[in-house]
Design a protein around this ligand. Structure first.
Ligand code: ATP
Ligand code: MG
Length: 641
């Protein structure tokens, strides 16, 4: 029996041998001449000269063995519909979509922007692009026109694929007017807009530009469009980061490296195999959706469950009901979804037969100890936290149950994944930190296959942003802060901009949050550093209570504040005690569920909040202003020129 440690050591000692072996998991039209070319660091080129195709590996390859197996099971609690699509049917639909794109003149290297709700046609569109070598750029359907326009101008797509509408918590959200607004705002003009009409909202078609999907689908008939074999390093897609810390970066992904990395991760990390069913509750607009709703499970010959809906509609049991109904083996969700469930009746966790489920994976933000143990005990299954980024495309730090069942440590996403030489380094010198010493989570180049090749259209931004943060050394910075324990487990302490400095003491906001969250009354909490004339910075804690009534009276509120202060003081010391604790009904988050700390900080310091186009619910900012007793900052007059 092999161990995670042994696999990791081997992957770093001889990366070429390790990845050459993994490359056997996929089909190649032409084998590579060289496994790795790192002659121009930090640009790593994997499987140089090899020719392959993502769509072939995700769809066509399985026709011989599993044509009638469900490839995609779509469930919508928004429109109350289900649809099961076999590999054979998926192949047919992808070919039709590819034929339509060809009719529109889309060629290898052209970009196609996909702005769609969670419907099967979105998956057809992604696979159709990779089939013909077009580069897709999926933009999360929840984004409005400003975010969309920025991505249109950056990706410069030849064609946009969209739909009349999405639906969120039972409310129809018309996409077409948002798209039209974005197209009017953007400088770049795509030639065609292909629209899937779900019959949810009226659509005003622009003649000569807008095309109806259903009509074209009929017209192209049972088309057969051959796969375009791409050199392994040719781009498969561009995906923008979540924009939690600022301007989103266009992450460019390769083809062969990504296919190999995902196929390997399905087995070694997720412990999944052909024929298994995976249910990932993300959105195709995020990297988790790209890798683990679409490409990963399909590359592995699995069935993927695609869900349009929220975790609490029609009730708090829906995710587990779907897991039972589809005999799900592997589930992947985010801490934010689990925290939503925590506010529901815990009886939902045990109502359904989850005997098929082996593991629940969670990623996207820090998984606090109380939430981890709540869900683990609730469903009685192993919960595997895993840490990664849009940039990496697949997990960097994780327990890897596909290799070995290591005991989890609550609050830690686990140990470095094979292929990643993860270091904790001193932010000033770039030198390696000892166990127990906090530092920046960095990765020694080359990044393994599947990680970003560059920033779309901007090689120098790639080098500048990610590889130029430490003196004398070119190392990839994750911009997260972490620490390694004596057993080699890593703990993420927050983003590097979330480190606060109280009277010379450096504290991770994450540590203070963990401490506050250990109080049973607290459902969720955010801690930010706020400028203070005396101490440099002080910690402000913004809490959501499990029972909103508790904070109802001033006296109860003050008592609770005192208790919380004492918890932090006893666990972390007086220096970490927040200067202030306020209570709000909801926290400002991005559409992908990430805490917008910079917005909380700006409000607390009476500054403007800056670019918040990715915010989920703007009213959370008003609640916060109210709780803090501050007024909205008046926008500074913007100087001309
Ligand atoms: P932007 O880079 O545009 O500011 P973003 O960093 O939120 O946005 P993503 O790539 O979606 O964009 O998120 C990656 C980040 O999410 C990580 O760098 C880390 O801060 C956080 N993260 C992801 N998974 C975990 C995890 N398991 N534990 C702790 N933090 C995590
Ligand atoms: Mg980031």
């Amino acid at each position: 029996m092999t161990t995670i440690r042994a696999v990791h050591a081997r992957s770093l000692a001889d990366p070429e041998a390790f990845w050459a072996e993994q490359a056997e998991r996929i089909d190649w039209e032409t084998r590579c001449e060289r496994v790795l070319d790192y002659s121009r660091p930090p640009f790593a080129r994997w499987f140089v000269g090899g020719r392959t195709n993502l769509c072939h590996n995700a769809v066509d390859r399985h026709l011989a063995t599993r044509a009638d197996q469900a490839a995609l099971v779509w469930t919508s609690t928004e429109v109350d519909r289900q649809r099961s699509i076999s590999y054979r049917e998926l192949h047919g639909e992808v070919n039709r979509m590819a034929a339509i794109l060809r009719e529109f003149g889309v060629r290898k290297g052209d970009r196609v922007l996909i702005y769609m709700p969670m419907i099967p046609e979105a998956v057809f569109a992604m696979l159709a692009c990779t089939r013909i070598g077009a580069i897709h750029s999926v933009v999360f359907g929840g984004f409005a026109s400003i975010s969309l326009a920025a991505r249109l101008d950056d990706a410069r797509p030849r064609v946009v694929i969209s739909a009349d509408a999405g639906s969120r918590a039972g409310k129809v959200v018309a996409y077409k007017p948002l798209l039209d607004e974005a197209l009017a705002r953007a400088t770049h003009r795509p030639e065609r807009v292909l629209l899937v009409d779900r019959g949810l909202a009226p659509v005003a078609m622009v003649p000569g530009r807008d095309e109806d999907y259903a009509g074209w689908r009929e017209r192209v008939g049972a088309a057969a469009v051959p796969c375009e074999w791409l050199e392994s390093n040719e781009p498969s897609y561009v995906l923008y980061t979540s924009g939690t810390t600022g301007k989103p970066k266009g992450v460019q992904r390769d083809t062969g490296g990504y296919a190999v990395a995902l196929a390997t991760s399905m087995e070694l990390i997720f412990g999944a195999h052909a024929g298994d069913t995976m249910f990932t509750t993300s959105d195709i607009g995020w990297v988790v959706g790209h890798s683990y709703i679409v490409y990963g499970p399909l590359l592995a010959g699995m069935t993927t469950v695609m869900y349009e809906g929220t975790p609490v509609r029609p009730d708090g049991g829906i995710l587990w009901r779907l897991a039972e109904q589809h005999r799900v083996n592997v589930m992947f969700s985010a801490p934010t979804a689990i925290r939503v469930l925590k506010k529901q009746d815990p009886a939902w966790l045990t109502r359904y037969d989850l005997s098929s489920l082996r593991t629940l994976f969670l990623a996207g933000e820090p998984l606090d100890e109380p939430t981890a143990s709540w869900i683990q005990q609730g469903i009685g299954k192993p919960v595997v936290d895993n840490y990664w980024q849009t940039e990496t495309g697949w997990p960097v730090i994780a327990l890897q149950p596909g290799i070995e069942r290591l005991p989890p440590k609550l609050g830690s996403p686990g140990v470095p994944v094979y292929g990643y030489d993860v270091r904790i380094v001193d932010e000033r010198t770039g030198a390696d930190c000892a166990a127990g010493q906090k530092g920046v989570v960095a990765i020694e180049g080359p990044l393994p296959p599947g990680c970003m090749s560059t920033v779309w259209g901007d090689d120098s931004r790639f080098v500048r942003t990610y590889w130029s943060n430490f003196p004398d050394r070119q190392r990839y910075s994750t911009f997260d802060w972490g620490v390694r324990d004596e057993d080699g487990y890593l703990f993420i302490l927050g983003r590097t901009d979330d480190v606060i400095n109280v009277a010379g003491h450096r504290l991770g906001t994450r540590e203070i949050e963990e401490s506050l969250a250990s109080h049973p009354a607290v459902a969720e909490v955010a801690v930010v550093g706020v400028a203070d004339a005396l101490k440099g910075q002080v910690a402000l804690a913004v809490c959501i209570l499990r029972d909103a009534q508790l904070a109802g009276t001033d006296a109860a509120h003050r008592a609770l504040e005192g208790e919380l202060m004492r918890i932090v003081e006893s666990q972390l010391g007086a220096v970490a005690r927040p200067s202030r604790i306020v209570f709000v009904p909801a926290l400002p988050k991005t559409r992908s569920g990430k805490l917008l700390r910079r917005a909380i900080q700006a409000i607390a310091e009476g500054r403007e909040t800056g670019d918040l186009t990715t915010i989920e619910d703007p009213s959370t900012l008003d609640h916060l202003r109210q709780a803090l007793g501050v007024a909205e900052a008046v926008p500074a007059a913007s100087g001309a020129g």
